[in-house]
Design a protein around this ligand. Sequence first.
Ligand code: PHE
Ligand code: CO
Length: 285
Amino acid sequence: MADADTLVLPEGAASDWTIPQNWNAYTPEEHAVWDTLFERQAKLLPGRVAPEFLEGLDILRLSKPGIPDFEELSDRLMKATGWQVVAVPGLVPDAVFFDHLAERRFVAGSFIRKPDQLDYLQEPDVFHDVFGHVPLLANPVFADYMQAYGIGGQRAGGRGAIDLLARLYWYTVEFGLIQSAEGLRLYGAGIVSSRSESIFALDDPSPNRIRFDLKRIMRTQYKIDDFQQTYFVIDSFDDLLDRTLNTDFAPLYDELIGAEEIAPDAVLPDDRVIHRGTQAYSRSR
Ligand code: PHE
Ligand code: CO
């Protein structure tokens, strides 16, 4: 998501900001980057990621190897949960992003990182967007959550409310953890698409791991350029959907816009703490 004022519709993009993915233009080297990252994460994630994510991963195994062709991927996803994947040139305005989600369309970047950026890049590429986000879109409950989020964004209106809503996206869709029957598991796309954060978020003593609390999350600032200092843990996707869909956010926005913000590393007296982080990692930076 990004501030609408700072973005202009790129040449060649449709009025909804989509562009053709142009799958035939990818080079063998670009497909190889996808395959390398895919194999690495597919090997690392069992036992770390939510079972629902692993169940959805097969949706990415298409008829051609390499970067998924969005048309074939969308056909499959459409049959599973009614979602599609559409290509966009990069960041899109908030309203465009919300409208696509509300229509069950996930917007994905089509470019892929260079072979020397396997471990870190700041802007979301096709590996982050597709490997990170699409498997859970094949899960009916998570699929509904993402659509509800888009509709929530359409209703939010105004920068203050959207900033609060963006924190919910950040701490769930991008960096969420879940308490599964087998133990703590990853599900956020920003974690599962990163090898180092897939280890850090689950195993490192540095970050806080705190139970999901909607209002608390909406007040919590986040870091965009390093591992998170706090992860929030949901009980289940049903519970996440239930707590968000059945809460009217309007009074929360009224209460929280202008309220005191919470630092990314803070632990509060009312927090339901699963692990109090040492913050040793962030202090060493
Ligand atoms: N219930 C929220 C509202 O009243 C919408 C929403 C649902 C937001 C699910 C996020 C996730 O605006
Ligand atoms: Co993302």
